[in-house]
Structure formats: C-alpha cells, structure tokens
Design a protein around this ligand. Structure first.
Ligand code: C5P
Length: 308
C-alpha cells in the first residue's frame, strides 16, 4: 500500500514595524524590558513546508544569500521546537522548508521571526495538529521576542521582551514607504550601543505609548506621525550615521514622518494616503540614500495559510 503524502502547505506572513518602542534597562538575562506597539505590514515572506524523506531548507528572494541554511535558521529551529512540543521530535527530520523572502534580512522588520512563525503554522497544518494560535505563540516565544507577534499580526501592544501581546484597536489603514539600507544591522549590537549611549549620557526616552494609542484609534495619520518614536533609533543612527540623511530625505520627499524600524537599519515613512506613498517612494528611490524602496500598508493579519 502507498503511504499518503500530505500536500505541501504555504503560509504568508507579514513584516512588522514598531510605531512606538520604549526600551527599559538591561535585565539580568541579557534582555531589555520593552513597551512597544507592533504594526504588521503588507510586505511579506512566504514559507512552504513539504513532507520529504530528507530535511532541508531553500531560500530565495530579497537578501536570500544572507540567510543561514543550517540549523541556525530560525524557521528550521521552529520546525524542531514544534515537533518536540507535540512529543514527535523525529517528524522534524522529514520536512523541507522553502522560504521566499520579501522582508529585508537583518533589517529591523522581524523577517527571521516571521519565517519562524510561518514555519510553526505551516507544520501545525501539515501535521494536522489543530493547535490554537495561543499554543503556537507559546512555542513562538521560546524562539524569539518578535515571533509571537508575527502569528497574530494587526497592531498590538507588546511588553516583557516584546512577546506578551495585547491587541490594539486600529480600524484604519495607514500607508508606508520603507527604505532598505545597503547592509543589515545586528540586533544585539544595536541594544548594546543603546546601553553604551545611556552610560555615557542620558539620551531622551520615548516615554509612554498612550497618546500614540489614541492617535491610532482616531485613524488620523497626521496625529500618528507626530507620535512615532523608537528608543533604538539613536543607537542605530550612531552605528549607521547615514540613516540621518535617509530619514531627512523621506520627509523632504513628502512623508509625514520617518522612524527607524525596530533595531534598524530599515526606515519607515508614514504617508497621508496611498497616492502620496507612491510619490514619496519614487522620489526617495532617486535620492541615492538607500538600496531599495517599497510601499506597504498596515495593519494586516498575522501568518495565514494560503489557499492554492
Ligand atoms: O529575542 P531575539 O532573539 O529576537 O533577540 C535578539 C537579541 O536582541 C537578544 O539577544 C538581545 O541582545 C536583544 N534584545 C533585548 N531585549 C529585548 C529583545 C531583544 O536586549 N526585549
């Protein structure tokens, strides 16, 4: 009798920016307590998992050659973690993972975390596990601070390391332009640079997200623009001074405001509407301040199985 091979499963997963990122002091475990507002964007990755006699991973698309294809890949670790969680560790040795990247690598948009979240949902579907998203999120939190958010998407307030999430009301669509830098930035290095800047002086802190949450509920991009803030921005700019010019160029091109996304170096520019975003993107692309420009909107849902 022939064994029944389950069909491949493809999951589309969003990137994120942080509309607000307030970083607390360094904890004993090497992490920082955060208060952040995550916002999922329509710039996505796609992850397909296949049942296969041999485990393996292939990566194509934006920055693919920079993505590890060994056990260090976060999506491969996600497959293992889920197989162990359900008490079937050997299942992980019979899965091939194919990643198509649209999210920049090491860009501060949680691309690796997105792939891990997608791999969790895809394998849970491939293996017919019928797990609730909240249970997947528990496994996700063991893989990285941003992985749970990629499962839920939307807009959410994150605390702890960023893994404790509460959804935020935001019925409106906001339009963004993203400027990718020539090279990525290492997240631990950016946090380390912030610790150094704080030891050397007292850089301003973004404070509480309350006003920003009200602006989100109002749906007015002009109000929101005034309140975007990221404590990691000073550290990212200190390590990559050219970002100052990129941020200025986006606003000169007509964006309402610009902010470094997470630990950078991607810069996110909020625009008044979709047409304005296209104009800002065209002008920014010609300004010679970044490698590539994309338009995106948010919020969008978290990881979803694609019907093919
Ligand atoms: O959780 P994740 O593996 O994505 O974090 C990568 C690194 O970013 C951590 O090792 C830590 O240096 C830094 N980080 C932090 N505080 C957080 C999240 C990340 O210091 N809340």
């Amino acid at each position: 009798m022939l064994a029944v091979v389950p069909p491949p499963v493809t999951v589309r997963v969003p990137s994120k920016i942080n509309l607000h990122l307030s970083v607390g002091d360094l904890r004993d475990d090497g992490y920082h307590d955060l208060t952040t507002v995550f916002h999922a964007l329509s710039l996505t990755d796609e992850v397909t998992v296949f049942a296969s006699p041999e485990a393996g991973i292939e990566v194509s698309g934006e920055g693919a050659r920079l993505v590890p294809t060994d056990d260090g890949n976060l999506a491969v670790r996600a497959v293992r973690a889920l197989a162990e969680h359900v008490g079937k560790p050997d299942e992980a040795n019979r899965v091939r993972v194919v990643i198509r990247k649209g999210i920049p690598v090491a860009g501060g948009m949680a691309g690796g975390s997105a792939d891990a979240a997608a791999a969790l949902l895809a394998c849970s579907t491939l293996w017919n596990l019928d797990l609730h998203r909240d249970e997947l999120a528990e496994v996700a939190a063991t893989l990285g601070s941003d992985v749970p958010f990629a499962l839920y998407g939307g807009t959410a307030l994150g605390t702890g390391r960023g893994e404790q999430l509460v959804p935020v009301l935001s019925r409106h669509t906001f339009h963004w332009v993203l400027a990718f830098d020539q090279r990525g930035l290492s997240t631990p290095k950016v946090y380390g640079e912030l610790d150094r800047l704080r030891q050397a002086g007292d850089p301003p802190r973004v404070g509480s997200p309350e006003a920003l949450l009200e602006a989100l509920a109002s749906g007015d991009p002009r109000r929101l623009a005034l309140l975007l803030g990221n404590d990691l921005q000073a550290a990212a700019v200190s390590l990559r001074p050219g970002l100052r010019r990129t941020l200025r160029a986006g606003v000169s091109a007509g964006a309402l405001a610009g902010v470094v996304s997470g630990s950078g170096p991607t810069c996110a520019f909020l625009c008044s509407d979709g047409d304005s975003a296209l104009k800002v993107a065209a002008e920014l692309a010609g300004a010679g301040v970044c490698r590539t420009v994309r338009v995106a909107h948010g919020p969008v849902p978290g990881a979803r199985v694609c019907d093919e």
